[in-house]
Design a protein around this ligand. Structure first.
Ligand SMILES: Cc1ncc(COP(=O)(O)O)c(C=O)c1O
Length: 371
């Protein structure tokens, strides 16, 4: 079986840099919030084009922290896609607020602004709900239609979070999601385009007040002095070791995004005539966290690829609104037909920055044979 994500090839490329970072951190002895954490935060802010970047323990906390800072309540409707990883909706329920599920665009799999607009109108007719926040997900590394979504947020006085767990590094018209959103959140889970060797997350933003609140919240609500607490917070910090690893990986990340885009173009040229391949929004650059196609008979297709030594994965087989813990949460008034159709047909293929050559050709041959 060829690897689904070849992390070993990346590790071989930066082995020496990783080793010296890790050695320096072990010798330095500052394992929590050490100097590499601040160095990484400065580098992430510069990369993402924002004034502030703050790291945290994982991409789920990165979504929860701004919601905590905004002190949401039950009446606050938070519009989220259902075709996403659980965290996007889960954190809304942690806060006791109300997730409202919105449908996706059939070509990009990101939030459909028309479905969002309809869901907002529905919420405005509910006595116990108010439109409050939108969490748009840069699914599979694709930038969401931020100009359209942020225009709705501005009209309705809603805040906007870009869940860029999979998409940090993606751009639309040359700008990062945080240009439109109040805050963009990142996951450094190892399989993500910018992944560390454990759990990790971050948030990038321009708002100084929000950054100050989140800095306090991620460290137990710390106040001005040591062991003085200004609010109820949590323990959500990035290890210094992971920060050091991410600094090395960030140095090759722009080059890796280019390689991923070359691999995606190679795939499209190889089988775009026989299966539905993903379409990037006009003016967008994806980080290709996943390369996801659609097929009719997914089980048979996956079995064919497996026989040819090509692993596949399904993101996501059951949309969140159809899972029991979320069954009582409201959906956009016309339902989520695009989400439900996509969940039955999508299948993701091997994708990373080291795919060019033999491995990509093996995948293309197997896809053509299986359809
Ligand atoms: C869209 C999305 N949001 C949030 C997360 C949560 O990130 P983490 O696993 O680092 O908590 C993920 C992780 O897969 C994700 O894909």
């Amino acid at each position: 079986m060829i690897p689904f994500i070849d992390l070993a090839a990346q590790r071989a490329r930066i082995r020496d840099g990783l080793q010296s970072r890790v050695n320096a951190i072990l010798d330095g002895g500052r394992y929590i919030l050490g100097p590499e954490v601040q160095e990484l935060e400065a580098a992430l802010a510069a990369f993402g084009g924002t004034r502030y970047a703050l790291t945290c323990a994982n991409g789920t906390d990165a979504l929860a922290l701004p919601l905590m800072a905004w002190a949401l309540r039950r009446k606050d409707a938070v519009f989220v896609p259902s075709f996403t990883f659980a965290s996007t909706a889960e954190v809304v329920l942690w806060l006791g607020a109300t997730p409202v599920f919105v449908d996706i665009d059939p070509d990009t799999y990101c939030m459909d602004p028309k479905s969002l607009a309809r869901a907002v109108q529905w919420v405005k007719g509910q006595p116990d709900l108010e439109p409050s926040v939108v969490i748009a997900v840069d699914l599979f590394g694709q930038p969401t239609d931020y100009p359209a979504i942020s225009a709705i947020c501005q009209d309705e006085g809603m805040r906007l979070i870009a869940d860029s767990a999979q998409g940090f590094g993606c751009t639309l018209n040359g700008r990062h999601p945080a240009f439109w959103a109040d805050i963009a959140t990142i996951s450094f889970y190892p399989a993500k385009p910018l992944g560390c060797y454990g759990d990790g997350g971050a948030m990038v933003m321009d708002d100084e007040t929000l950054a100050g609140l989140i800095k306090s919240l991620r460290n137990h609500g710390e106040g001005q002095d040591r062991y003085e607490y200004a609010r109820i917070g949590m323990n959500s910090r990035l290890d210094t070791l992971q920060a050091g690893i991410l600094l090395e990986k960030l140095s090759i990340f722009p080059d890796e995004i280019k390689s991923r885009n070359r691999a995606a173009a190679f795939y499209r040229g190889g089988f775009g005539d026989v299966v539905k391949t993903p379409q990037v929004i006009n003016g967008g650059v994806s980080t290709w966290a996943q390369y996801t196609i659609e097929v009719e008979d997914r089980d048979r297709f996956r079995a064919g690829l497996s026989e040819a030594g090509v692993p596949t994965a399904v993101y996501y087989p059951v949309p969140i609104h159809m899972q029991s813990p979320y069954a009582a949460c409201p959906c956009a008034p016309d339902g989520l037909p695009v989400t439900e159709a996509a969940a039955a047909r999508v299948v993701s293929l091997p994708m990373d920055a080291y795919l060019e050559g033999g491995r990509a050709e093996t995948v293309i041959r197997a896809v053509r044979a299986a359809v």
